[in-house]
Design a protein around this ligand. Structure first.
Ligand SMILES: [Fe+2]
Length: 596
């Protein structure tokens, strides 16, 4: 049984392929087209999935799209009509987009794969999200929480799911209560993202990164925009927003009256917290004060978002009485909120789909069809995120030789790990490219940049060498799974919690430990850690382990292997190109070592 799932036309297009219920391949289109958050039809991702399994379109039993386009079209029409004539611009633009492309998705898929009509199915957006978490988890029964910007109508849903491993029971996902557009926690957060000078659907991480530099002293004002009941049900006060009636602006004049002028896109961010000695090259007192005001707003909206998600998770616990929770939807990438859900709710186990945003819907839609519509028993648990394309050594060597760079071939993985650690101990910043690329937005050791996490200066070094990103954004630590509790508070039994291996949660550093890993400890003493176990990624694990033996700190700085504004590298050629354009010192690519 071959089932292909597809998501596209909103953001982060993707494809995923199941064979007899086992995941074979899953990838986001952006990795192939090199267009960040590419939302176009995922031609390349589909071709990759088929190639990986050695199939053609003819071999597919079903193709599933991750939402119901007509329901979505209805939502857009209805909401535009309700705010007409202010929404004329939205009406015009969305009609053009829908009639040019989106309404014909069915024909496009049938033509692309050359399959008959009866093989094409559609699953609702939030059911796809829910299935992407539950059917990748090891749980037989769990509460479900999905939270995103918007799908067809739903923007958040609570429910429960059941599916035995023996295949005897009925597999089902029931979304019991839901919140509908325009009331959306994702769009609420995105409005602040835009206001704080970042790009919507891209800069949400930056708001989260800015929050620890602020004080949540505007929480009361933020609550003028969103009313949250004790059970987490929320309503937006639409007077403050304009995403429902404008194509270019997500917040209204009333929003600006309350919070002041929006932050200028890409402007310098420094405050007396980021630069206590006022040593920023363009230091200006008034700018620092204005930045502080914006950081306070970031802290406040982050606090309200976390508190709302906590209430929703607690309601899911009360409604279901279950001890396990599965989460998906773009808001589930808010790793600070996820950490609090793990620590502050009665749930004993939490699974979060690593591709929690719309790309993950492709996988969820396929899983939903296999298990719920076709009633097939479960076999699969997502134990790692390495589902993208990999390259053979001969492909790697051809790419290396095409650059004219010299290289060393190292067949022994132990020797490779030793060389990586020797470089890192010498203060070098290195890139590690191996096997298949990661599913979801995080680099987890197969397309990663690694460095020594112990001293603060390394943050600037990595930024200067390659990332060129906002200096306030933290880098993340990768830590040996069994040593993680030594470095982070309230981190008990790390092997049990799947979100840790996917870098989906933020924890507070334990007393005094932040000083040992300064470059990966955020303002206020937190870290968005990734845990690693030998069986998931032996070379990556061994490098961290050897670094630990040499320094007493079994932790490395891990950041994604890409230039600013570009998707994470996919091919060996991408890797070599990025290596060439940056000041990275060594590239470990498959079993080859390339130095500058
Ligand atoms: Fe979504």
């Amino acid at each position: 049984m071959n089932i292909l799932g597809i998501s596209c036309y909103y953001h982060d297009s993707a494809a995923a392929l199941l064979q007899d219920g086992m995941l074979v391949a899953a990838a986001e289109e952006e990795r192939f087209t090199r267009k960040k958050h590419d939302f176009g039809f995922p031609h390349h991702a589909i071709d990759f999935c088929l190639r990986q399994a050695g199939l053609t379109g003819q071999d597919l039993d079903y193709v599933v799209f991750y939402e119901k386009p007509l329901l979505k079209f209805e939502r857009i029409l209805m909401s535009v009509l309700q705010t007409f004539p202010q929404s004329w611009g939205v009406f015009r633009e969305s009609m053009i987009a829908w009639f040019n492309q989106k309404l014909w998705i069915k024909g496009q898929i049938l033509t692309k794969l050359n399959i008959p009509d009866r093989k094409l199915l559609f699953v609702e957006h939030h059911l796809s999200h829910a299935a992407s978490a539950f059917f990748c988890s090891p749980y037989q029964e769990s509460a479900i929480l999905t939270v995103d910007g918007v799908g067809e109508w739903t923007t958040a849903a609570l429910g429960r799911a059941t599916a035995d491993w023996d295949g005897k029971g009925l597999n089902k996902i029931e979304l019991v209560s839901e919140i509908r557009f325009p009331h959306s926690l994702g769009l609420f957060y995105s409005a602040f993202t835009a206001f704080l000078g970042f790009r919507v659907n891209d800069g949400e991480y930056k708001v989260m990164g800015m929050a620890p530099y602020g004080c949540p002293n505007r929480v009361e004002d933020v609550y003028k925009l969103i009313e949250v009941a004790d059970d987490g049900a929320f309503r937006l006060n639409m007077d403050y927003f304009s995403f429902h009636r404008s194509t270019s602006r997500t917040f209204s004049d009333k929003f600006v009256k309350l919070f002041g002028e929006p932050r200028v896109h890409e402007s310098d961010f420094y405050t007396s917290t980021t630069h206590p000695r006022k040593n920023h090259p363009r230091w200006d007192e008034a700018t620092a004060r204005r930045n502080q005001h914006h950081a306070d707003i970031a802290a406040s909206v982050q606090r309200v978002t976390e508190d709302t998600l906590l209430k929703m998770a607690k309601a899911a616990y009360q409604q279901t009485g279950l001890k396990k929770l599965c989460i998906a939807g773009g808001v589930a990438l808010n790793s600070a909120a996820n950490g609090r859900i793990l620590r502050e709710t009665p749930f004993e186990d939490v699974f979060i789909q690593p591709a929690a945003g719309d790309s993950g819907g492709a996988l969820g839609a396929a899983l939903y069809v296999h298990h719920v519509l076709l009633g097939q028993p479960r076999k699969f648990v997502m134990e790692h995120a390495y589902w993208g394309q990999g390259y053979r050594p001969d492909q790697v060597i051809t790419a290396v030789e095409a650059t004219g760079r010299s290289y060393e071939r190292v067949e022994d993985p132990e020797r490779l790990a030793e060389m990586i650690v020797t470089d890192i101990l010498a203060g070098k910043v290195i890139a590690l490219f191996q096997d298949r690329f990661e599913w979801g937005p995080r680099a987890l050791g197969n397309r990663s940049i690694l460095a020594d996490p112990r001293h603060m200066e390394m943050k600037e070094t990595v930024n200067a060498r390659i990332k060129f990103r906002e200096p306030f954004r933290p880098f993340a630590p990768v830590v040996l799974e069994d040593r993680a509790p030594e470095f982070y508070d309230q981190l008990v039994d790390p092997g049990r919690h799947y979100p840790l291996r996917y870098m989906l949660t933020v924890y507070r550093t334990a007393d005094g430990q932040g000083d040992r890993i300064q470059a990966v400890t955020h303002e206020g003493g937190t870290g968005r850690l990734q845990t690693v176990r030998r069986e998931w990624n032996p070379l990556y694990y061994r490098a961290v382990e050897l670094f630990g033996q040499a320094t007493g700190v079994p932790v490395l700085l891990n950041t994604s292997f890409n230039l600013r504004g570009e998707p994470i590298v996919n091919t060996p050629a991408n890797a070599l190109n990025t290596f060439g354009k940056s000041d990275l010192e060594t590239l470990y690519i498959d079993r080859f070592v390339v130095r500058k």
